[in-house]
Design a protein around this ligand. Structure first.
Ligand code: FAD
Length: 408
Protein backbone atom coordinates (compact mmCIF):
# COMPACT_ATOMS: atom_id res chain seq x y z
CA UNK A 1 0.00 0.00 0.00
CA UNK A 2 1.42 3.39 -0.88
CA UNK A 3 1.40 6.15 1.66
CA UNK A 4 -1.16 8.10 -0.31
CA UNK A 5 -3.62 5.20 -0.06
CA UNK A 6 -3.50 5.43 3.70
CA UNK A 7 -4.60 9.07 3.55
CA UNK A 8 -7.85 8.56 1.69
CA UNK A 9 -10.85 9.90 3.60
CA UNK A 10 -8.77 11.15 6.47
CA UNK A 11 -11.11 11.63 9.43
CA UNK A 12 -9.92 15.17 10.14
CA UNK A 13 -10.94 16.35 6.69
CA UNK A 14 -14.03 14.29 5.94
CA UNK A 15 -17.04 16.43 5.16
CA UNK A 16 -15.25 19.78 5.22
CA UNK A 17 -16.22 21.77 2.16
CA UNK A 18 -13.71 23.78 0.15
CA UNK A 19 -14.22 26.13 -2.76
CA UNK A 20 -11.21 26.65 -5.04
CA UNK A 21 -11.20 29.59 -7.48
CA UNK A 22 -9.23 28.82 -10.68
CA UNK A 23 -8.75 25.63 -12.72
CA UNK A 24 -5.33 26.03 -14.33
CA UNK A 25 -2.29 24.54 -12.56
CA UNK A 26 -2.55 25.31 -8.83
CA UNK A 27 -6.34 24.82 -8.69
CA UNK A 28 -6.68 21.25 -10.01
CA UNK A 29 -3.52 20.13 -8.17
CA UNK A 30 -4.95 21.46 -4.92
CA UNK A 31 -8.34 19.87 -5.68
CA UNK A 32 -6.63 16.53 -6.27
CA UNK A 33 -4.82 16.50 -2.94
CA UNK A 34 -7.72 17.86 -0.89
CA UNK A 35 -9.99 15.22 -2.40
CA UNK A 36 -7.48 12.51 -1.52
CA UNK A 37 -7.56 13.74 2.06
CA UNK A 38 -11.34 13.57 2.24
CA UNK A 39 -12.37 17.19 1.73
CA UNK A 40 -15.44 17.90 -0.41
CA UNK A 41 -14.12 20.10 -3.17
CA UNK A 42 -15.75 22.49 -5.63
CA UNK A 43 -13.67 24.32 -8.24
CA UNK A 44 -15.00 27.45 -9.94
CA UNK A 45 -13.33 28.64 -13.16
CA UNK A 46 -14.28 31.76 -15.05
CA UNK A 47 -13.41 30.26 -18.45
CA UNK A 48 -15.82 27.86 -20.15
CA UNK A 49 -13.39 24.95 -19.89
CA UNK A 50 -9.84 24.15 -18.78
CA UNK A 51 -7.93 26.57 -20.94
CA UNK A 52 -5.55 25.16 -23.47
CA UNK A 53 -2.67 27.05 -24.98
CA UNK A 54 0.02 29.20 -23.49
CA UNK A 55 3.72 28.99 -23.84
CA UNK A 56 5.56 25.78 -22.88
CA UNK A 57 6.29 25.70 -19.16
CA UNK A 58 8.83 23.91 -16.98
CA UNK A 59 8.19 21.35 -14.25
CA UNK A 60 11.38 21.00 -12.25
CA UNK A 61 12.89 19.89 -8.98
CA UNK A 62 10.44 19.37 -6.11
CA UNK A 63 7.45 19.81 -8.45
CA UNK A 64 8.48 16.63 -10.28
CA UNK A 65 7.92 14.76 -7.04
CA UNK A 66 4.41 16.26 -6.76
CA UNK A 67 3.36 15.06 -10.24
CA UNK A 68 5.01 11.68 -9.60
CA UNK A 69 2.95 11.26 -6.41
CA UNK A 70 -0.17 12.20 -8.41
CA UNK A 71 0.58 9.43 -10.91
CA UNK A 72 0.78 11.74 -13.93
CA UNK A 73 4.56 11.80 -14.37
CA UNK A 74 4.59 9.14 -17.15
CA UNK A 75 1.97 11.09 -19.10
CA UNK A 76 3.95 14.29 -18.71
CA UNK A 77 7.15 12.53 -19.76
CA UNK A 78 5.34 11.56 -22.98
CA UNK A 79 4.38 15.21 -23.45
CA UNK A 80 7.92 16.45 -22.80
CA UNK A 81 9.21 18.81 -25.44
CA UNK A 82 12.70 17.70 -26.12
CA UNK A 83 14.05 20.99 -27.32
CA UNK A 84 17.20 20.45 -29.31
CA UNK A 85 18.57 23.85 -30.04
CA UNK A 86 18.40 27.48 -29.00
CA UNK A 87 19.67 29.91 -31.62
CA UNK A 88 20.34 33.58 -30.93
CA UNK A 89 20.21 36.11 -33.73
CA UNK A 90 21.76 39.52 -34.11
CA UNK A 91 19.59 42.56 -34.72
CA UNK A 92 20.05 42.10 -38.49
CA UNK A 93 18.80 38.49 -38.24
CA UNK A 94 22.18 36.79 -38.70
CA UNK A 95 23.04 33.85 -36.44
CA UNK A 96 25.14 34.79 -33.45
CA UNK A 97 25.20 31.58 -31.38
CA UNK A 98 23.42 28.24 -31.31
CA UNK A 99 23.51 26.40 -27.99
CA UNK A 100 22.09 23.46 -26.05
CA UNK A 101 18.98 24.99 -24.37
CA UNK A 102 19.92 23.57 -20.96
CA UNK A 103 23.05 25.68 -20.95
CA UNK A 104 20.84 28.78 -20.72
CA UNK A 105 17.65 27.67 -18.95
CA UNK A 106 19.32 25.81 -16.09
CA UNK A 107 17.12 22.74 -16.67
CA UNK A 108 18.55 19.27 -16.12
CA UNK A 109 18.50 17.13 -19.30
CA UNK A 110 16.75 13.77 -18.86
CA UNK A 111 15.05 14.81 -15.61
CA UNK A 112 13.30 18.17 -15.80
CA UNK A 113 10.20 18.51 -17.94
CA UNK A 114 9.09 21.12 -20.39
CA UNK A 115 5.51 20.65 -21.56
CA UNK A 116 2.83 22.71 -23.20
CA UNK A 117 0.98 24.62 -20.48
CA UNK A 118 -2.29 23.18 -21.77
CA UNK A 119 -0.89 19.62 -21.55
CA UNK A 120 -0.12 20.10 -17.85
CA UNK A 121 -3.47 21.77 -17.12
CA UNK A 122 -5.26 18.96 -19.00
CA UNK A 123 -3.40 16.18 -17.16
CA UNK A 124 -4.15 17.77 -13.77
CA UNK A 125 -7.82 18.25 -14.62
CA UNK A 126 -8.20 14.65 -15.82
CA UNK A 127 -6.63 13.37 -12.62
CA UNK A 128 -9.42 14.91 -10.53
CA UNK A 129 -12.39 15.77 -12.75
CA UNK A 130 -14.44 12.69 -11.83
CA UNK A 131 -14.02 13.21 -8.11
CA UNK A 132 -14.74 16.89 -7.51
CA UNK A 133 -17.32 19.39 -8.69
CA UNK A 134 -16.22 21.81 -11.42
CA UNK A 135 -18.23 24.96 -12.13
CA UNK A 136 -17.06 26.47 -15.42
CA UNK A 137 -18.01 29.84 -16.81
CA UNK A 138 -18.61 31.23 -13.34
CA UNK A 139 -16.65 33.02 -10.63
CA UNK A 140 -16.87 34.30 -7.09
CA UNK A 141 -18.74 37.56 -6.81
CA UNK A 142 -18.67 38.19 -3.05
CA UNK A 143 -17.13 36.52 0.02
CA UNK A 144 -18.46 36.96 3.52
CA UNK A 145 -16.55 35.20 6.29
CA UNK A 146 -18.00 34.37 9.68
CA UNK A 147 -17.29 31.95 12.54
CA UNK A 148 -18.85 28.97 10.82
CA UNK A 149 -17.82 29.37 7.22
CA UNK A 150 -17.63 31.61 4.17
CA UNK A 151 -20.81 32.72 2.41
CA UNK A 152 -20.11 32.95 -1.31
CA UNK A 153 -22.22 34.47 -4.04
CA UNK A 154 -21.41 33.53 -7.61
CA UNK A 155 -21.53 35.70 -10.70
CA UNK A 156 -24.20 33.48 -12.23
CA UNK A 157 -26.44 34.03 -9.25
CA UNK A 158 -26.03 31.05 -6.88
CA UNK A 159 -25.21 31.44 -3.16
CA UNK A 160 -23.46 28.76 -1.11
CA UNK A 161 -21.52 28.42 2.12
CA UNK A 162 -18.13 26.65 2.34
CA UNK A 163 -15.85 25.89 5.26
CA UNK A 164 -12.86 27.30 3.34
CA UNK A 165 -12.18 29.25 0.15
CA UNK A 166 -8.82 28.94 -1.63
CA UNK A 167 -7.75 31.35 -4.37
CA UNK A 168 -5.81 29.72 -7.25
CA UNK A 169 -6.85 32.38 -9.73
CA UNK A 170 -3.48 33.59 -10.97
CA UNK A 171 -1.39 36.74 -11.07
CA UNK A 172 -4.42 39.05 -11.19
CA UNK A 173 -6.32 37.06 -8.54
CA UNK A 174 -9.85 38.23 -7.82
CA UNK A 175 -9.85 36.29 -4.54
CA UNK A 176 -6.76 38.23 -3.44
CA UNK A 177 -8.42 41.52 -4.34
CA UNK A 178 -11.57 40.62 -2.36
CA UNK A 179 -9.53 39.60 0.66
CA UNK A 180 -6.48 41.84 0.72
CA UNK A 181 -7.33 44.78 -1.54
CA UNK A 182 -5.90 46.07 -4.83
CA UNK A 183 -3.12 44.24 -6.67
CA UNK A 184 -0.83 47.29 -6.59
CA UNK A 185 0.03 46.59 -2.94
CA UNK A 186 1.59 43.22 -3.79
CA UNK A 187 2.64 43.60 -7.38
CA UNK A 188 6.38 43.83 -8.11
CA UNK A 189 6.71 44.90 -11.73
CA UNK A 190 9.93 43.63 -13.32
CA UNK A 191 10.05 46.06 -16.21
CA UNK A 192 8.85 43.91 -19.13
CA UNK A 193 5.62 43.09 -20.94
CA UNK A 194 5.05 40.19 -23.28
CA UNK A 195 2.64 38.89 -25.88
CA UNK A 196 2.42 35.16 -26.64
CA UNK A 197 0.40 33.66 -29.49
CA UNK A 198 0.58 30.88 -32.08
CA UNK A 199 1.24 31.29 -35.77
CA UNK A 200 1.85 29.07 -38.77
CA UNK A 201 5.24 27.39 -38.81
CA UNK A 202 6.42 28.65 -42.17
CA UNK A 203 9.97 28.81 -40.85
CA UNK A 204 10.95 25.13 -41.05
CA UNK A 205 11.67 25.03 -37.31
CA UNK A 206 11.56 21.63 -35.58
CA UNK A 207 11.91 21.34 -31.78
CA UNK A 208 13.96 24.47 -31.52
CA UNK A 209 13.82 28.08 -30.45
CA UNK A 210 15.10 31.04 -32.38
CA UNK A 211 15.51 34.30 -30.56
CA UNK A 212 16.07 37.76 -32.03
CA UNK A 213 17.27 40.54 -29.75
CA UNK A 214 17.60 44.27 -29.96
CA UNK A 215 18.12 46.39 -26.82
CA UNK A 216 14.87 46.20 -24.84
CA UNK A 217 13.10 44.04 -27.44
CA UNK A 218 13.09 40.30 -28.07
CA UNK A 219 11.19 38.20 -30.60
CA UNK A 220 11.07 34.43 -30.19
CA UNK A 221 9.82 31.61 -32.38
CA UNK A 222 9.41 28.38 -30.50
CA UNK A 223 8.66 25.12 -32.33
CA UNK A 224 7.63 22.55 -29.74
CA UNK A 225 7.37 19.72 -32.28
CA UNK A 226 7.25 19.27 -35.99
CA UNK A 227 3.60 20.34 -36.30
CA UNK A 228 2.12 23.18 -38.28
CA UNK A 229 2.15 25.82 -35.57
CA UNK A 230 4.90 27.63 -33.77
CA UNK A 231 4.71 29.77 -30.62
CA UNK A 232 5.46 33.43 -31.14
CA UNK A 233 6.61 35.52 -28.24
CA UNK A 234 7.32 39.27 -28.22
CA UNK A 235 8.88 40.66 -25.07
CA UNK A 236 9.74 44.30 -24.46
CA UNK A 237 11.05 46.55 -21.72
CA UNK A 238 8.73 49.27 -20.44
CA UNK A 239 9.21 51.52 -17.43
CA UNK A 240 5.59 51.46 -16.24
CA UNK A 241 3.01 48.69 -16.62
CA UNK A 242 0.53 49.56 -19.43
CA UNK A 243 -2.50 49.54 -17.15
CA UNK A 244 -4.75 50.90 -19.91
CA UNK A 245 -4.13 47.84 -22.11
CA UNK A 246 -4.88 45.14 -19.54
CA UNK A 247 -8.51 44.53 -20.42
CA UNK A 248 -8.34 45.45 -24.08
CA UNK A 249 -6.77 42.98 -26.56
CA UNK A 250 -6.90 45.54 -29.38
CA UNK A 251 -4.94 48.03 -27.27
CA UNK A 252 -2.43 45.23 -26.51
CA UNK A 253 -1.98 44.50 -30.23
CA UNK A 254 -1.53 48.21 -30.96
CA UNK A 255 1.02 48.60 -28.20
CA UNK A 256 3.10 45.63 -29.36
CA UNK A 257 2.96 46.80 -33.00
CA UNK A 258 4.13 50.27 -31.96
CA UNK A 259 7.02 48.95 -29.85
CA UNK A 260 8.26 46.56 -32.58
CA UNK A 261 7.76 48.98 -35.45
CA UNK A 262 10.80 48.88 -37.75
CA UNK A 263 12.23 45.68 -36.25
CA UNK A 264 13.96 43.28 -38.62
CA UNK A 265 14.09 39.47 -39.08
CA UNK A 266 10.63 37.79 -39.04
CA UNK A 267 9.12 40.40 -36.73
CA UNK A 268 6.85 42.08 -39.34
CA UNK A 269 5.30 38.69 -40.14
CA UNK A 270 4.87 37.98 -36.43
CA UNK A 271 3.09 41.31 -35.94
CA UNK A 272 0.74 40.46 -38.82
CA UNK A 273 0.00 37.07 -37.23
CA UNK A 274 -0.55 38.74 -33.86
CA UNK A 275 -3.35 40.83 -35.39
CA UNK A 276 -5.31 37.68 -36.28
CA UNK A 277 -4.29 35.43 -33.36
CA UNK A 278 -7.23 34.10 -31.34
CA UNK A 279 -5.06 32.91 -28.45
CA UNK A 280 -3.17 36.09 -27.59
CA UNK A 281 -1.80 36.00 -24.03
CA UNK A 282 -0.58 39.46 -23.01
CA UNK A 283 0.71 40.30 -19.58
CA UNK A 284 3.25 42.16 -17.54
CA UNK A 285 6.31 40.35 -16.23
CA UNK A 286 5.69 40.70 -12.51
CA UNK A 287 5.91 38.98 -9.20
CA UNK A 288 3.43 38.86 -6.35
CA UNK A 289 4.99 39.26 -2.90
CA UNK A 290 2.69 39.12 0.11
CA UNK A 291 3.43 39.29 3.82
CA UNK A 292 0.66 36.71 4.46
CA UNK A 293 -1.06 34.18 2.23
CA UNK A 294 -4.24 33.75 4.24
CA UNK A 295 -6.81 35.66 6.20
CA UNK A 296 -9.46 33.92 8.25
CA UNK A 297 -10.90 31.03 6.24
CA UNK A 298 -9.44 32.10 2.92
CA UNK A 299 -5.93 31.40 1.56
CA UNK A 300 -4.07 31.82 -1.71
CA UNK A 301 -1.88 29.44 -3.70
CA UNK A 302 0.25 29.58 -6.87
CA UNK A 303 0.55 32.80 -8.86
CA UNK A 304 -2.25 34.37 -6.81
CA UNK A 305 -0.01 34.32 -3.72
CA UNK A 306 3.55 34.24 -5.06
CA UNK A 307 3.85 34.56 -8.82
CA UNK A 308 7.59 34.36 -9.53
CA UNK A 309 7.34 35.50 -13.22
CA UNK A 310 8.38 33.45 -16.21
CA UNK A 311 11.89 34.87 -15.87
CA UNK A 312 12.45 32.30 -13.13
CA UNK A 313 10.82 29.43 -15.09
CA UNK A 314 9.25 28.36 -11.79
CA UNK A 315 5.61 29.54 -11.97
CA UNK A 316 4.06 26.14 -12.54
CA UNK A 317 6.48 24.37 -10.22
CA UNK A 318 5.70 26.73 -7.33
CA UNK A 319 1.99 26.30 -8.05
CA UNK A 320 2.29 22.49 -7.88
CA UNK A 321 4.43 22.46 -4.75
CA UNK A 322 2.26 25.11 -3.06
CA UNK A 323 -0.88 23.07 -3.78
CA UNK A 324 0.65 19.94 -2.27
CA UNK A 325 1.84 21.82 0.81
CA UNK A 326 -1.44 23.66 1.40
CA UNK A 327 -3.60 20.55 1.07
CA UNK A 328 -1.31 18.44 3.27
CA UNK A 329 -1.06 21.15 5.92
CA UNK A 330 -4.84 21.52 6.07
CA UNK A 331 -5.29 17.77 6.40
CA UNK A 332 -2.58 17.34 9.01
CA UNK A 333 -3.32 20.24 11.36
CA UNK A 334 -6.11 20.54 13.91
CA UNK A 335 -7.95 23.37 12.14
CA UNK A 336 -7.67 25.69 9.17
CA UNK A 337 -5.81 28.39 11.10
CA UNK A 338 -3.08 25.96 12.08
CA UNK A 339 -3.11 24.48 8.57
CA UNK A 340 -2.64 27.85 6.90
CA UNK A 341 0.14 28.72 9.36
CA UNK A 342 1.95 25.45 8.67
CA UNK A 343 1.60 25.93 4.90
CA UNK A 344 3.30 29.32 5.11
CA UNK A 345 5.92 28.24 7.62
CA UNK A 346 7.03 25.27 5.52
CA UNK A 347 6.70 26.75 2.03
CA UNK A 348 7.71 30.39 2.24
CA UNK A 349 11.49 29.94 2.24
CA UNK A 350 11.29 27.78 -0.90
CA UNK A 351 9.04 30.31 -2.61
CA UNK A 352 11.27 33.27 -1.73
CA UNK A 353 14.43 31.49 -2.81
CA UNK A 354 12.87 30.79 -6.20
CA UNK A 355 11.41 34.28 -6.58
CA UNK A 356 14.86 35.67 -5.84
CA UNK A 357 16.23 33.87 -8.91
CA UNK A 358 14.81 36.66 -10.99
CA UNK A 359 17.53 38.80 -12.48
CA UNK A 360 19.82 35.82 -12.95
CA UNK A 361 18.31 34.78 -16.28
CA UNK A 362 16.63 37.85 -17.70
CA UNK A 363 19.89 39.70 -18.31
CA UNK A 364 20.89 36.84 -20.60
CA UNK A 365 17.59 36.58 -22.43
CA UNK A 366 16.34 40.16 -22.51
CA UNK A 367 19.15 42.72 -22.28
CA UNK A 368 17.74 46.24 -22.26
CA UNK A 369 20.75 48.29 -23.38
CA UNK A 370 23.19 48.00 -26.28
CA UNK A 371 26.03 47.45 -23.80
CA UNK A 372 24.18 44.69 -21.94
CA UNK A 373 23.33 43.04 -25.25
CA UNK A 374 26.96 43.05 -26.32
CA UNK A 375 28.02 41.57 -22.96
CA UNK A 376 25.36 38.89 -23.33
CA UNK A 377 26.55 38.06 -26.82
CA UNK A 378 30.15 37.77 -25.65
CA UNK A 379 28.98 35.40 -22.93
CA UNK A 380 27.03 33.28 -25.42
CA UNK A 381 29.95 32.98 -27.83
CA UNK A 382 32.06 31.56 -25.00
CA UNK A 383 29.39 29.23 -23.61
CA UNK A 384 31.19 26.14 -24.89
CA UNK A 385 34.28 26.99 -22.84
CA UNK A 386 32.47 27.95 -19.63
CA UNK A 387 32.84 25.73 -16.54
CA UNK A 388 29.81 23.62 -15.55
CA UNK A 389 27.48 25.15 -12.93
CA UNK A 390 28.50 24.77 -9.27
CA UNK A 391 27.37 21.61 -7.45
CA UNK A 392 24.75 21.80 -4.70
CA UNK A 393 20.99 21.71 -4.37
CA UNK A 394 19.54 24.17 -6.88
CA UNK A 395 16.69 26.46 -5.76
CA UNK A 396 14.01 24.46 -7.56
CA UNK A 397 14.93 21.39 -5.47
CA UNK A 398 15.35 23.26 -2.20
CA UNK A 399 12.24 21.78 -0.57
CA UNK A 400 11.91 18.08 0.14
CA UNK A 401 8.22 17.15 0.20
CA UNK A 402 7.08 16.14 3.66
CA UNK A 403 5.00 13.04 4.31
CA UNK A 404 1.97 14.55 6.00
CA UNK A 405 0.80 12.79 9.14
CA UNK A 406 -2.94 13.10 9.42
CA UNK A 407 -4.84 13.87 12.56
CA UNK A 408 -7.42 11.31 13.50
C1 FAD B 1 -4.57 30.47 -20.77
C2 FAD B 1 -3.28 30.74 -20.03
C3 FAD B 1 -2.10 30.91 -20.74
C4 FAD B 1 -0.91 31.16 -20.08
N1 FAD B 1 0.21 31.36 -20.82
C5 FAD B 1 1.33 31.71 -20.19
C6 FAD B 1 2.47 32.03 -20.96
O1 FAD B 1 2.46 32.00 -22.20
N2 FAD B 1 3.60 32.37 -20.30
C7 FAD B 1 3.65 32.42 -18.93
O2 FAD B 1 4.68 32.75 -18.37
N3 FAD B 1 2.59 32.10 -18.18
C8 FAD B 1 1.43 31.77 -18.78
N4 FAD B 1 0.34 31.49 -18.01
C9 FAD B 1 0.48 31.51 -16.54
C10 FAD B 1 1.03 30.21 -15.98
O3 FAD B 1 0.14 29.15 -16.29
C11 FAD B 1 1.14 30.40 -14.46
O4 FAD B 1 2.16 31.32 -14.19
C12 FAD B 1 1.56 29.18 -13.64
O5 FAD B 1 1.28 28.00 -14.28
C13 FAD B 1 0.90 29.23 -12.24
O6 FAD B 1 -0.38 28.67 -12.32
P1 FAD B 1 -1.63 29.14 -11.46
O7 FAD B 1 -2.60 28.00 -11.54
O8 FAD B 1 -1.22 29.64 -10.14
O9 FAD B 1 -2.19 30.42 -12.24
P2 FAD B 1 -2.77 30.54 -13.73
O10 FAD B 1 -2.20 29.54 -14.62
O11 FAD B 1 -2.68 31.97 -14.12
O12 FAD B 1 -4.32 30.14 -13.56
C14 FAD B 1 -5.31 30.94 -12.99
C15 FAD B 1 -6.67 30.34 -13.35
O13 FAD B 1 -7.69 31.05 -12.67
C16 FAD B 1 -8.70 31.43 -13.58
N5 FAD B 1 -9.31 32.64 -13.08
C17 FAD B 1 -8.80 33.90 -13.10
N6 FAD B 1 -9.63 34.74 -12.50
C18 FAD B 1 -10.69 34.00 -12.07
C19 FAD B 1 -11.88 34.31 -11.37
N7 FAD B 1 -12.16 35.57 -10.99
N8 FAD B 1 -12.73 33.30 -11.09
C20 FAD B 1 -12.48 32.02 -11.50
N9 FAD B 1 -11.37 31.68 -12.16
C21 FAD B 1 -10.49 32.65 -12.44
C22 FAD B 1 -7.96 31.59 -14.90
O14 FAD B 1 -8.85 31.49 -16.02
C23 FAD B 1 -6.98 30.43 -14.84
O15 FAD B 1 -7.56 29.24 -15.29
C24 FAD B 1 -0.88 31.23 -18.64
C25 FAD B 1 -2.05 31.03 -17.92
C26 FAD B 1 -3.26 30.78 -18.59
C27 FAD B 1 -4.52 30.59 -17.78
Amino acid sequence: MTRVDTLVNAPAARGRTVLISGASIAGPALAYWLNRYGFMVTVVEKAGTVRDGGYPIDVRGTALDVVRRMGILPRLRDAHIDLRRLTFLDEDGSEMASVDPHAVTGGVAGRDLEVRRGALAGALHEAVRDDVEFLFDDSIDTLDQHRHGVDVTFRRGASRTFDLVLGADGLHSHTRALLFGPEEGFHRYLGYCFAGFTLRNTFGLVRETTMWNAPGRAAVLYAVGDDEDVHGFLNFARTEPPFGAFRDPEAQRDLVAEVFDGAGWEVPGMLAALRDADDLFFDVVSQIRMPRWSSGRVALVGDAAYAPSFLTGQGSSLALVGAYMLAGSLAAERDHAAGFAAYERDTRAFVTLNQDQVGKGDAALFPTTARALEQRNTMLRSLGSMPPPAEGRPPHEALVLPEFRLRG
